[in-house]
Design a protein around this ligand. Structure first.
Ligand code: SF4
Ligand code: SF4
Length: 154
């Protein structure tokens, strides 16, 4: 069953990318799937609608549960971060305050690989941040704030 649900997530990602104008070849490269599977998804063939319903429910979980559930199902960090990046509708603005002591705990915590250390200060790439807030709770200096971006404003 987990494999079917991952297929449901891949299906949703395929349809979303297609609507954004990506070609079958590009979708296949982004999602690491063969082109015939992409073609089946686009044409509505070989699809388990039950799995798609479950996948849709997963995308509606809070960001942390969406991320953790997807990672548990794929068992593949890279596949997880690509799927989350495509399917996460919400946008976040991560802020690192001056109190950062450069311990690197947030780098290890972030499943999206959105955090790097630069001159012993954390830097978070908003393009990859999915708002799970796991870095916030791991930070010993309470120096991370994850704000949701609503209607283009913070
Ligand atoms: S966990 Fe906090 S203190 Fe440590 S590097 Fe990240 S932001 Fe800085
Ligand atoms: S909230 Fe923190 S841990 Fe989660 S994706 Fe953003 S930077 Fe990574």
């Amino acid at each position: 069953m987990p494999k079917h649900i991952v297929s449901g997530l891949n299906y949703l990602a395929t349809i979303k990318l297609r609507k954004e104008g990506y070609l079958q070849k590009e979708i296949s490269e982004i999602l690491g799937m063969d082109r015939s599977t992409v073609s089946h998804y686009i044409n509505g063939r070989n699809i388990s609608w039950n799995s798609i319903e479950i996948a849709e429910a997963i995308t509606n979980l809070c960001p942390k549960d969406f991320l953790k559930m997807t990672n548990m199902l794929t068992k593949d960090c890279e596949q997880t971060r690509v799927l989350i990046k495509i399917l996460m509708e919400r946008k976040f603005n991560p802020i690192v305050k001056d109190e950062c002591i450069g311990c690197g705990l947030c780098v290890d915590t972030c499943l999206m690989k959105a955090v790097k250390l630069n001159n012993l200060k954390a830097q978070i790439d908003p393009d990859w941040c999915c708002g799970c807030r796991m870095c916030e709770s791991s930070c010993p200096a309470a120096s991370i704030k994850i704000l949701e971006v609503k209607n283009g404003s913070k």
